[in-house]
Write a protein that binds this ligand. Sequence first.
Ligand code: LR7
Ligand code: MN
Length: 577
Amino acid sequence: MVFLRRGRAVKVTVGVLVVVGVVLLLATHTNHVPDLRAPRALMSKVKENVEYLDDKNGNFEPAEIPTRTGPGEGGKPYQLPPHKQNEGSQSVSEYGINMVVSDEIAMDRAIPDTRNPECKHWQYPSDLPTTSVVIVFHNEGFSTLMRTVHSVVDRSPPQFLKEVLLVDDFSNKASLKEPLEDYISRWNGKVRLIRNKERAGLIRTRTTGAEEARGDVILFLDAHCEVNKNWLPPLLAPIYRDKHTMTVPVIDGVDHNTFEYRPVYGAGSNFRGIFEWGMLYKETELPPEIERTRSHKSEPYKAPTHAGGLFAINREYFLSLGAYDPGLLVWGGENFELSFKIWQCGGSIEWVPCARVGHVYRGFMPYNFGKLAEKKKGPLITINYKRVIETWFDDKYKEYFYTREPLARFLDMGDITQQLELKKRLECKSFQWFMDNVAYDMVRKYPELPANLHWGELRNAATSQCLDTLGHAAPSLMGVAHCHGFGNNQLIRLNMEGQLGVGERCIDADGQGVKLIFCRLGTVDGPWQYDENTHVMLHKRLGKCVALHPQNNQLILLPCDPINNYQKWTFAKITPK
Ligand code: LR7
Ligand code: MN
């Protein structure tokens, strides 16, 4: 690792010097804790401070690496030659990632620096905490896993990287046995490997990793990441300042087919994690009232939650919070559990624009949940959500979740006594506090939900078929299909404000027919009115009713005719399977 030397730092342009100065001043005046909010009057000292840029190694900015050529270098997309494309596609069906492409790309390829240019000029404490980078994996591709490790070792100041801890969640691929052990021996113990004796799922495996780790801070990564330039110090600095702060890097995208590295968000825009009432994770622009208080766009900012995979936290703090709820199963919802726990029990979460990490977004999930899922009936991820909301939401908010996911009320979430005790013992605040003080911008997008008037399958009286999204993504035409009783694409909700919904989408209509659409953000009302007596579904704006065309079985809007069976619809109960 080569650090930026003073000589180079002085060459920065005047415009940037202003930023540099502000950053450095504060760094030197507050025990080197980075905070960009320096008084403007101090800017005259800019030059002097630039001279100090490299003192105490406080900057950690690596020297430019000479440009190389080769597959995927610079984060460019790589296309396989025709004779390898078939093999490539096969690997996509096995891994959700094109491993033939990955294998062609250097383990230590260069990727574009996607940070805000200001980031080059931050200064960090020289005595940041040591870090265990914990990577849990189940049947991941060898070269993507090892590229993750290479990027961490190559792009982290060695004094802060205690170890990379790989935790194998009971993989059965030969490449992840001896070949993996052989490969990591090149790092002389800095990269450690432990293995589960049975499949535990990613959530419990991460807790195992946290218990085993030797660093002060644990930093979780998925097994298919590439960390970007100078990623580590900015994630550690807020934890150094306050060990109840968890930090989250900004995630860039790596294409699962071509390995093209490209930012999801530009360097100038900042987003933060929220969720909708069905507990689907979302990201939203940083609210203007927060943006206004910031002197620099590269400054860390508080966020209600995070995507889940990539974050740093003081190890003892994480364990003192009980790590993850041990009742959570395999995958999903753990990001919310940890976020609510941290915020409501006195900690905070910061997103760090100067820490960028690429993550391969797969086309589909290449593994199943194994025996762990068989034991539990019902959709496992919804069960996790239910545990989380039953522990952390206030009653009023729990109702929003059940309004949006009516079947969740009937799922067995197991015992949460221990979670409730922990919440009490740590004297954690209410969910209302969290909504008022942390996620206050959320209800602008996802207002509090009116209750459902009806939910279930919506059956046509003439054909006994059910309204169905037909599995199409919005925007698309809806249709009817044989009623299957499983809910999913046939679970229709009508709320008190006339909104018809299915999953997170809404239903509307126009001259073409009945449509699945994206709900208008920030609204919870809709155009529908259901007649409890005649069972017609009126579209108020169009003044017509939903009808099934007797000949072609398509949905159309017709003048309301309460004695026509093709216009009569009844909500039928779905019983959870
Ligand atoms: O049973 C398992 N055991 C495991 O060890 C299943 C998975 N895993 C490993 C797996 O090999 C991988 O390294 O766990 C890691 C995460 O699994 P992924 O990559 O299949 O998950 P994902 O990227 O699709 O999903 C996101 O949501 C998950 C919910 O539990 C986790 O929090 C993931 O870490 C998370 N990923 C991210 O946040 C990266 C950013 C993408 C987004 C949004
Ligand atoms: Mn992932």
